[in-house]
Design a protein around this ligand. Structure first.
Ligand SMILES: [Zn+2]
Ligand SMILES: [Zn+2]
Length: 724
């Protein structure tokens, strides 16, 4: 009845009828009454309409259709203020709602309302909805609207929902910006930000050039965009050109760029900027955290620590950053020490800090410490894939394949990282067949470059050439890393001609890759082929003149090859050339071992331990026993000339893993189990002595080096079958 009267354009009759009835209207009648009031919109109906709205029961406020008709009514009344208020109280805005808004006559207010609506969506991470709405309404954007929609387009990219379509909206919109907005820095900067998120650096650069009065925010957006697009060099170029005084945001961006680049220029710029940092920036937590991150990545642990200590109210992120820095600098013990401090402050361990702790354990790999971290994982994180994946890695690195397998089996939906970690640790533990088996079971669509490298590596370390070949041939897209792993597999078995063929093939259409040459060089060293070794190294010097670290490692391998054929004169030539051209600094060897629940760290020729006199004496004693059992020292593993007070035996005996073993013999007359982790590869002499020690003292010794895990048994053999 009511509905009929309204649609027959007799709204006043509706109201009369309603007033006569004197009943509480239901939501349908209420909707009709609002519509009637809106149609008449005179003093009387305005009064009735407002009263109805005030008296409306609370549960009607959830009904969108009803609220939309009320909204429509208020707009018709010209009561924009209350319409807006009502609009804001509405939880689920839909198409009908904005239709109602559009029928209002106060366009400027509608702009505002729409902008609020867009912003509401974007703030609520519902960018898709904001864009849907934007596409549906035949209505130009206004001012803030551009910014919000640009922002929505940029954010949506991360969600991977139709990225190309979203890019189109953003680009089209950019072309449509009316002329008078071209001086609006805020709008243009948000467009810049969007283009950078699209990875469209070229157009962002064009837009940047177009902006006449660039302010610090514009520069910040541009530099941040470069960093996000992994073009940190360009970010620094722009920073150096900028004549404005940098604010804290610029500091953070520049520090991030420097921390990613890590070259000489980045270190210089980062340090200079830090020296100039105004005092009041030292209150900015985020800035300080990125400063610590940068310093730690520069390897400047001391300055990083100093700054860390000055921060009064540290949060968990601050701890996470410095602990990660310790790991990067191969200081897992320092990383673990901070755990106590975190606990004292009653922070609850989250997945990020736990991943870092697990990573620290993976580095030193001492079993009981690993277990103690595992015991501290809160129950709700036992379903966290990131944590579980890193646990597989940690247990595998620690040589506990059973624990790694247990974790693997507990995961319901293994992802690519889960599989890759498990395949990797099988390889590390010389379980090539298990690695291949899992690789075959893994769904094809999950295979990525890392998977292929891991499985080929596992084959390579277990000497499974045929299996490696057939897997290699199946791979459709062979990256440089994949080919290098296959070359490594061939070189370990001294099949150098085929390895060289792979390089030649690769270089027909790609620029040379240093890893491939290093793989051959390493095989040549093991097979004592000095001519091949020299040839490969000479070629590397021509191809990679700027890869100083690689050349340094290559030169050490070359020198070792000469020593292995007793050509100490050539070895000395190689060494002095290296020092002249590449400098003396080489990565120091570090070994960790655990005794009575405590972890000890030893460097080569370490004198820092309070009992170091006794430790060195013990190492000498062990050496004497070994010689009695027929051990002959292998001078080819020494990379520098002896000083006057040194002998071949004394140098080799002070390798870090030897000191770690000696420490156990100092604590116990005849230890039955020793676990050692070394950051570099063990040398051939240490490998032989470790096996012999295991045999003489009937002791099980596990040594994990940079390459694999050696399980030395009391029968004098090693699980790697001397294939390392
Ligand atoms: Zn050694
Ligand atoms: Zn071994």
């Amino acid at each position: 009845m009511f509905k009929g009267l309204v649609s027959n354009k007799m709204p006043e009759k509706v109201l009369d009828l309603f007033l006569q009835m004197n009943i509480q209207p239901d939501h349908i009648i209420q909707t009709i009454l609002f519509t009637a009031c809106a149609q008449v919109a005179n003093a009387r109906t305005k009064d009735i309409g407002r009263k109805l709205l005030q008296q409306m029961p609370q549960h009607f406020h959830k009904n969108n259709i009803l609220l939309t008709s009320a909204l429509n009514m208020l707009m018709k009344f010209g009561d924009i203020e209350n319409a807006e208020k009502l609009f804001q109280t509405m939880k689920n805005k839909d198409v009908i709602t904005y239709d109602a808004m559009m029928k209002g006559e106060f366009v400027m207010n509608i702009y505002q309302i729409f902008n609020k609506l867009y912003l509401g969506y974007v703030d609520n991470k519902m960018c898709e909805k904001a864009l849907d709405l934007f596409e549906q309404i035949p209505f130009p954007l206004h001012n803030v609207g551009y910014i919000i929609i640009f922002n929505a387009c940029a954010q949506l990219l991360n969600d991977r929902a139709n990225p190309s379509e979203r890019k189109d909206i953003g680009r089209k919109l950019l072309q449509q910006i009316p002329q008078h907005f071209h001086n609006d820095n805020v709008i243009l900067t948000s467009a810049l930000d969007m283009l950078m998120k699209f990875g469209d650096v070229e157009n962002a650069e064009n837009l940047f050039k177009m902006i006449e009065n660039k302010d610090i925010i514009t520069y910040g957006a541009m530099m941040k965009g470069y960093v996000e697009n992994k073009m940190c060099d360009k970010a620094l170029d722009l920073f150096e050109k900028m004549s404005l005084y940098p604010n804290n945001v610029i500091y953070i961006i520049v520090f991030n760029a420097c921390a990613q680049l890590l070259n000489d220029r980045a270190k210089k710029i980062g340090r200079k900027l830090l020296d100039q940092m105004p005092q009041h920036f030292y209150d900015d937590h985020v800035l300080l955290t990125s400063t610590i991150d940068m310093l730690m990545k520069f390897g400047d642990i001391e300055s990083g620590e100093k700054l860390f200590r000055t921060i009064r109210n540290k949060n968990l992120v601050t701890y996470t950053v410095i602990m990660n820095g310790y790991n990067i600098n191969n200081k897992p013990l320092k990383c673990l020490q901070l755990l106590e401090e975190i606990k004292q402050q009653n922070f609850i361990l989250d997945e990020f800090v736990l991943s870092i702790l697990i990573n620290a354990c993976a580095r030193h790999s001492m079993l009981s410490k690993c277990q103690s971290i595992v015991d501290q994982i809160p129950s709700h994180l036992w379903k966290n894939q990131r944590i579980l994946n890193s646990l597989i890695y940690m247990w595998g690195k620690a040589g506990s394949i059973e624990n790694a397998q247990k974790i693997f089996l507990s995961i319901n939906n293994p992802d690519v990282i889960t599989y890759n970690s498990m395949i990797y640790v099988y390889g590390l533990n010389r379980m090539g067949l298990e690695a291949i088996d899992l690789y075959r079971k893994m769904p094809d669509y999950l295979h990525n470059e890392v998977t292929h490298v891991c499985v080929l590596n596992a084959c390579s370390h277990s000497g499974l050439l045929d299996e490696a070949r057939s897997i290699f041939n199946e791979i459709s897209q062979k990256s440089a890393q994949i080919i290098a792993t296959m070359i490594d597999c061939l070189s370990r078995l001294f099949i150098f001609d085929q390895a060289q063929n792979l390089i030649d093939d690769y270089e027909k259409s790609n620029s040379p890759s240093p890893v491939m040459y290093m793989a051959i060089l390493s095989g040549a060293r093991n097979s004592r082929q000095h001519i091949l070794s020299q040839k490969i190294y000479d070629r590397m010097e021509i191809l990679f003149p700027n890869e100083k670290e690689t050349l340094k490692s290559g030169s050490i391998l070359l020198g070792n090859t000469y020593l292995s054929i007793d050509d100490s004169e050539q070895a000395e030539n190689v060494r002095s050339n290296r020092i002249k051209e590449l400098g003396t600094k080489i990565k120091p060897g570090v070994s960790w071992t655990e005794f009575n629940g405590e972890i000890f760290e030893f460097t080569a020729n370490d004198r820092s331990h309070p009992r170091s006199e006794e430790i060195h004496a013990k190492a000498k004693y062990i050496s004497d026993v070994l010689m009695k059992h027929g051990h002959k020292y292998d001078a080819s593993w020494i990379t520098r000339p002896l000083r006057e007070d040194e002998t071949i035996a004394s140098v080799l005996c002070s390798h870090s893993e030897r000191l770690a073993i000696a420490y156990h013999f100092l604590q116990q007359e005849n230890p039955s189990f020793i676990q050692i982790t070394k950051n570099l590869r063990v040398c051939g002499d240490c490998h032989r002595t470790t096996k012999l020690i295991a045999k003489i003292w009937q002791c099980k010794i596990i040594v994990r080096d940079a390459n694999c895990i050696h399980h030395c048994s009391p029968d004098g053999t090693c699980s790697c079958q001397d294939h390392f």
